[in-house]
Ligand binder design. Structure first.
Ligand SMILES: [Zn+2]
Length: 160
């Protein structure tokens, strides 16, 4: 597999309001792949847009969509976590002041060579629960029979 180059000049990208829509597979994100049960070919879709005018400074908006399979820490079966994440970053060579910083916007250091896949991997790692557990009482599923429940059948129960 060839590693896609996703290196951007983040300040120019923001100023010129460029757009980048692409997808990665989790095999390209080794730190993330380590904690997934299906770590080779899960698609991670993303969209990065420069939004120069939305904030006072050049900024980036990042959307990440992925369905990641992890191991439930209670029943040890697979569980899928659906993520649809949105981030806004101010691009600046100096750290933004506390007054500017808030829950909705993060700061990214201006860089000629920012690795987008690394940023995506960092955000996914932060978004995943440290100890994922099925939302429903999963221990019953395992004691009802010797068979492991089909993870997709389990998942169906969560989609209402
Ligand atoms: Zn479980």
């Amino acid at each position: 597999m060839t590693q896609k180059s996703l290196i951007i000049n983040n300040l120019e990208f923001a100023k010129n309001q460029l757009e980048l829509s692409d997808s990665l597979v989790t095999a390209q994100l080794p730190r993330l792949a380590e904690i997934l049960t299906n770590h080779e070919n899960t698609q991670v879709q993303f969209q990065l847009s420069g939004t120069g005018k939305q904030f006072r400074q050049p900024s980036l908006h990042l959307n990440i969509k992925a369905n990641l399979a992890v191991t439930c820490q209670r029943c040890l079966d697979e569980m899928l976590i659906s993520l649809n994440l949105n981030f806004d970053y101010l691009i600046s060579s100096t750290e933004i002041s506390e007054a500017e910083e808030n829950d909705e916007i993060d700061w990214l250091e201006a860089s000629h060579e920012m690795d987008v896949s690394e940023l995506i991997e960092d955000e996914l790692l932060l978004a995943l629960p440290i100890a994922p557990i099925h939302a429903h009482d999963c221990s019953k599923l395992n004691t009802q029979s010797g068979d492991n429940p089909n993870p997709f059948a389990v998942l169906k129960g969560f989609i209402k």
